[in-house]
Design a binder for this molecule. Structure first.
Ligand code: ATP
Length: 321
């Protein structure tokens, strides 16, 4: 558990302002990523979808930022643009690369992007995206090769990284011989092969059970704390809030100012306090569905505490293009 986190287990962390107007939890640390007016409009014939609208964001060194939001709110689009995998329609993304150089990747030429990605980002995907023809070591060594490290040094780096994620004993295993949790750890090790200042993770725990999801979350926190790596996680997974320094809520393509949020005490989902609810123990409880409400009422003390947590959100005006 991160001592700097705004949250405590079981309660909602403060949903923070994305940019300079709120107090980022690592405001005393140097910035590694600055996003201004980031916009993506998908066009197909006469149809235009504004997936991300004029988003501003500052990320500090060593900070873990969790971006949550409903399906279709633009989370993956945002992450792909931040990682230079998708061209923005407008806006700037200024990153400090591994070599300490500041670059606006939104303005970079297409042919510069692979090198920029390699010097800046490590990617972690929901489905691990490992090559099954290769062993764990080889999967990581290939990523090191792409970052310019070849031969024995690449294999050595791969072994060190496997050791770092607690999988030295699985070095010769192929992905299909490993559990989901092990595969995701290999994927994390691979994401570190180019020693990136920023890790970008898209639903990294979606295919993991509760215990393995928590282990993975702890590992990410450790990487941020020990290496001062910055991590942006896009997820629906409430467990990740425990390791995040900030949680931002993306809706309709922009960071939304929510007056209040609650946590359903049964399923632990974040819910707006305007649906099914119940009074018990001198307070009001909010649920994602009538089913959760019914389950709660069969045995309320089983679910409390930590109870519903309604947290104010720092002022942030929604922006739209
Ligand atoms: N390639 C594309 N072409 C056209 N529209 C797209 C494309 N990719 C995404 N969209 C649209 O952009 C919006 C944002 O999609 P995005 O995948 O970024 O959302 P998301 O928050 O990641 O969703 P989920 O949580 O379901 O993964 C949605 O309306 C989606 O339909």
């Amino acid at each position: 558990m991160n001592s700097n986190a705004h949250s405590t287990p079981g309660t909602a962390p403060v949903l923070s302002s994305p940019g300079g107007s709120g107090p980022p939890s690592h405001s005393n640390r140097p910035g590694v990523l600055t996003v201004r007016g980031l916009t993506k409009t998908y066009r197909s014939g006469d149809i235009a979808v504004d997936a991300v609208r004029a988003v501003d964001l500052d990320l500090a060194s060593g900070e873990v930022l969790l971006v949550m939001g409903p399906s279709g709110s633009g989370k993956t689009t945002l992450l792909l643009m931040l990682g230079a995998l998708l061209r923005p329609s407008a806006g700037s993304i200024t990153v400090t690369t591994r070599d300490g150089v500041e670059v606006d990747i939104a303005a970079a030429r297409e042919k510069e992007l692979p090198a920029l990605r390699s010097r800046t980002f490590g990617f972690i995907f929901q489905d691990y995206a490992l090559l099954d023809a290769l062993t764990a070591t080889e999967n990581i060594a290939v990523a090191a090769n792409l970052a310019g490290v070849k031969g024995l040094p690449a294999r050595q780096r791969a072994r060190n990284l496997l050791d770092r994620v607690g999988l030295a004993h699985r070095a010769a295993a192929r992905p299909s011989q490993m559990s989901g949790g092990e595969q995701q750890r290999v994927a994390v090790a691979r994401a570190l092969a180019n020693d990136p200042p920023v890790l970008l993770a898209d639903e990294p725990t979606a295919n993991l059970d509760a215990s393995r999801g928590r282990d993975l979350a702890r590992l990410l926190r450790q990487l941020a704390d020990e290496d001062r790596r910055s991590i942006i996680i896009v997820s629906h997974d409430d467990r990740l809030r425990e390791i995040a320094d900030r949680v931002l809520w993306l809706e309709d393509g922009h960071f939304r100012h929510l007056a209040a949020l609650a946590v359903d005490p049964v399923c632990r989902m974040q819910v707006e306090p305007n649906g099914p609810h119940a009074d018990w123990g001198g307070q009001q409880w909010w649920f994602c569905s009538d089913a959760c409400r019914r389950e709660f009422l069969t045995q309320p003390d089983r679910f409390a505490p930590p109870a519903t947590s309604i947290e104010s959100v720092l002022p942030q005006e929604p922006t739209s293009s």
